[in-house]
Design a protein around this ligand. Structure first.
Ligand code: HEM
Length: 498
């Protein structure tokens, strides 16, 4: 009896000691910024300051805008927060942000995206760091030259014609139909990316459930509870997740991409077929022993994921703004027609670039609605911010709240006004405008993004007057739970043939 009592007492003491140690550990973690004399926002255990990131997804753009506003109110250029127990630093000063992104990028060559070798699809250029990333970046850079864009332009144009045909038929059937333009743009960009990456015809417009489009929806829009839980683990406990091989990509998506790449590889290897697309570049690298099959899957997946959702959102928000301001819409259409007339109606990569006002409209869209609304970097070598006393250690993530900076009245006059004239001349280099990121880790697909979104807009505006359906609630609100910028409610459009 005595022995049993003793065991119970020892057990209770152990539990209490464990609890006290855990509390002390949490307190120690949450004193990181205080110990460094950096102004910070008070965290709450267990999620720290990122209380809105669970269970559905991450809208790091929206969250970091709140952090930004709080620090700016206090005149703080570098402010501390916590993601779970991990310290993160929010930069509110564009010059300090530029140091992180460009000047001192050797200290910040990691984006801090989770990856695990147990799930090869997670190992891709977006998530890679250090020399692995550098190797991948130098291998893929030649795939994104102007010459390569020109060689892929025809594919983009053909996909845009399929979209055009689909819209003409839709409007012929019912001229008052409410059109979900985000879905239309997503089908278009999925077809483009499917064609240039996998060399396949995705047929997103023909079949609502076309496999690539289905996977795209699954990847960005359909988070089941278990996917949310995995995402949560990989964000808050990356080391533990890596140890157990937890993937942040849904199993169905992983299987689909692995099989798609496998089929495409087998087909090309069997037939000896070569095409001027991304997959060919990846396969050539595989043939030279520079990539394994798993790496080909990871990289091909990333180009798909990075390429369609960002562009379809940008295209949709562009049309939203033009639907609200018909005079601007008329001006873009006039710009498009004048260039089309100059070249007998033919659109090429170069003629698209000659549409200057269209370019301005696209750039202003990306200012107001940057699809990737926060840039992240992880410190890979201890760093002191120039001109300040603030030092951070290896492993600390830095957030550059892009959405907030691009809408900050300190830098942009009347920032919520959609005004393409801001981009009539080259903008001041010191303004925070980085919708494609900045520095050596900026978006590799910038030219491609410009090309496909502008091509889509040209096809729509040359045929239709675009308005909003009465069903659409204006102004639209930002969705709090998505990684790529989304609105909370669907934007429905109406199209009228012209
Ligand atoms: C409107 C369209 C697009 C926007 C707004 C956009 C935006 C971005 C942003 C903000 C980043 C992070 C940059 C940084 O951290 O500094 C990024 C990275 C990346 N994007 Fe895009 N993107 C677009 C289209 C595309 C397309 C079409 C592709 C490829 C086909 C692509 C491929 C990539 C890749 C590979 C990276 C990672 C680069 C690296 O880490 O070295 N993007 N993109």
């Amino acid at each position: 009896m005595m022995v049993e009592m003793e065991a119970v007492v020892i057990g209770v003491i152990n539990i209490l000691t464990g609890i006290v140690l855990a509390v002390l550990y949490v307190q120690h973690c949450y004193s990181y910024w205080k110990r460094r004399n950096v102004p910070y926002l008070t965290p709450k255990f267990p999620l720290g300051n990122h209380h809105t990131l669970f269970p559905k997804g991450i809208s790091i753009g929206n969250v970091s805008r709140e952090f930004y506003n709080e620090f700016k109110k206090k005149g703080v250029k570098l402010g501390g927060i916590y993601m779970g127990l991990q310290p993160q630093l929010v930069v509110t000063d564009p010059l300090l942000a530029k140091n992180v992104l460009i000047t001192d990028y050797q200290h910040f060559d990691d984006r801090g995206i989770y990856k695990t070798k147990s799930a090869p699809i997670t190992v891709n250029i977006f998530a890679q760091a250090g020399s692995e990333w550098k190797n991948a970046r130098s291998k893929f850079t030649p795939t994104f030259t102007v010459a390569k864009m020109k060689s892929m332009f025809d594919t983009v144009r053909k996909c845009s014609e399929i979209m055009e045909q689909h819209l003409l038929e839709t409007v012929d059937e019912d001229s008052n139909k409410d059109i979900e333009m985000l879905e239309v743009m997503a089908c278009f960009t999925t077809d483009v990316i499917g064609a240039v990456i996998f060399g396949i015809d995705c047929n997103s417009f023909k079949h609502h459930d076309a496999e690539f489009r289905k996977m795209g929806r699954h990847l960005f829009e359909e988070f089941h509870y278990i996917d949310g839980l995995k995402l949560f683990l990989t964000i808050y406990l990356p080391t533990v997740s890596d140890f157990f091989g937890v993937s942040n990509i849904q199993t169905g998506v992983t299987d689909f991409f692995t099989n798609s790449v496998k089929e495409a590889v087998e087909y090309r290897e069997k037939t000896g077929m070569k095409r001027p697309d991304f997959l060919q570049t990846l396969l050539d690298m595989k043939a030279e022993g520079k990539l394994t099959f798993d790496e080909v899957v990871g990289q091909a997946f990333l180009f798909f994921a990075a390429g369609f959702e960002t562009s379809s959102n940008a295209g949709t928000m562009c049309l939203y703004e033009l639907a609200l301001q018909q005079d601007l819409q008329d001006k873009v259409r006039a710009n498009i027609h004048s260039i089309l007339n100059k070249y007998d109606g033919e659109v090429t990569y170069d003629t698209l670039n000659e549409m200057k006002y269209l370019n301005q409209v696209f750039e202003e869209t990306l200012r107001l609605w940057p699809p990737v609304s926060t840039l992240t970097r992880v410190c890979s070598k201890d760093y002191t911010f120039p001109g300040t006393e603030v030092s951070i250690e290896k492993g600390v993530m830095v957030l550059v709240p892009l959405l907030a900076m691009q809408r900050d009245p300190d830098y942009w006059h009347d920032p919520l006004k959609f005004d393409p004239d801001r981009f009539e001349d080259e903008i001041d280099k010191n303004l925070p405008y980085w919708p494609f990121g900045e520095g050596p880790r900026n978006c590799l697909g910038t030219k491609f993004g410009y090309m496909q979104v502008k091509m889509g807009i040209v096809q729509i505006l040359k045929n239709f007057k675009v308005t909003l359906s009465p069903k659409t609630k204006v102004p639209v609100q930002l969705h709090p739970e998505t990684f790529v910028l989304h609105t909370t409610e669907t934007i429905f459009f109406r199209l009228e043939k012209i």
